[in-house]
Design a protein around this ligand. Structure first.
Ligand SMILES: [Zn+2]
Length: 312
């Protein structure tokens, strides 16, 4: 089993205003953690640029062009209350998507030769709040949703995104709502930004499963939601490829989320998802970084997550 790591220096350059929680130091913290000796076996690759066709798997052409148009040559452009673009942001967002799609290409190629592989994309900006027609919540393009739909270019029919970020992935839910063969499962704090993700929101084909967790809850409630609701639903869906929206802001040290998970919970969820990937999807699993705003907790959580991917 080889685990691929997609990264790129531009992920550290994506500009935000001073004091913004989604800052360059996040990439540096994850990058440094994944340079430890125990990650020497990672197959490291530079994330390529996404093609316009890949972006348009989820976003309308007019939206893609508007984001290109909004990219400033200097300074910052503001897209919503907390979503910004600087001169490097468009390239960063395109390489996040390109890395995730290349990860999908690699796990399908590996599957053909019998050696299952998985991949982690250590990118910023995050993506799961980006809707088909709207940037929001630090996100420009919906990396995870695009990577999932991209798997169909390899013959996958049924694709799944699993999301344990402390925030609900409203963008992924919106992208998948009417797609009977696209599955989205999320655990998230409730109430919390962006205010979507009620348990009764299940998609047009019962293809969306939301597990809102009350503020202050921790490991026990998280593992019960995944073990009793989300993972069995994933298994029943019988995916051909799985994408993880790996946000680590449900960590107890996180300044934005108010759930009380720790690294072991992320490691557990990763191992459980990877087992279903093996069972149902020939091991095809690609994970993309979403949130996580305490640098030490983010670094430790991403390391635990990638260790679980390597061990899968
Ligand atoms: Zn988040």
């Amino acid at each position: 089993m080889t685990t691929l790591l997609f990264s790129h220096p531009v992920f550290q350059r994506h500009e935000v205003p001073p004091g913004h929680v989604e800052h360059a130091g996040r990439y540096a913290a994850v990058d440094e953690a994944l340079r430890a000796e125990e990650f020497a076996a990672l197959d490291r690759r530079l994330a390529p640029l996404a093609t316009p066709e890949q972006i348009e798997l989820v976003h309308a052409e007019q939206y893609r062009l508007a984001i290109e148009e909004a990219a400033p040559e200097a300074g910052l452009a503001q897209l919503d209350a907390d979503t910004f673009m600087g001169p490097s942001s468009l390239e960063a967002a395109l390489r996040a998507v390109g890395g995730a799609c290349a990860g999908v290409d690699a796990v399908f190629a590996a599957g053909a030769s019998g050696a299952a592989a998985n991949a982690f994309v250590a990118s910023r900006p995050p993506g799961h709040h980006a809707e088909p027609l709207r940037a929001m919540g630090f996100c420009l393009f919906n990396t995870a949703a695009i990577a999932a739909i991209h798997a169909r270019s390899h013959g996958a029919k049924r694709v799944a995104v699993l999301d344990f970020d402390v925030h609900h992935g409203n963008g992924t839910q919106a992208a998948f709502w009417d797609d009977e063969n696209a599955f989205y499962a999320s655990s998230h704090e409730w109430p919390q930004y962006p205010g979507t993700g009620r348990a009764e929101d299940r998609g047009a084909f019962d293809n969306i499963i939301n597990a809102p967790l009350a503020t202050g809850e921790g490991s026990e409630v998280f593992r019960r939601a995944w073990g009793e609701i989300l993972l069995p639903a994933l298994s029943d869906f019988d995916p051909d490829c799985i994408i993880i929206s790996a946000g680590f802001d449900a960590h107890h040290a996180d300044p934005v989320g108010r759930l009380k998970l720790d690294e072991a919970d992320f490691s557990w969820a990763t191992t459980e998802i990877a087992a279903i990937a093996k069972d149902k999807a020939s091991g095809r699993l690609v994970s993309v970084l979403e949130g996580g705003y305490d640098l030490a907790a983010l670094a430790a959580s991403a390391a635990a997550h990638v260790k679980a991917l390597i061990a899968a």
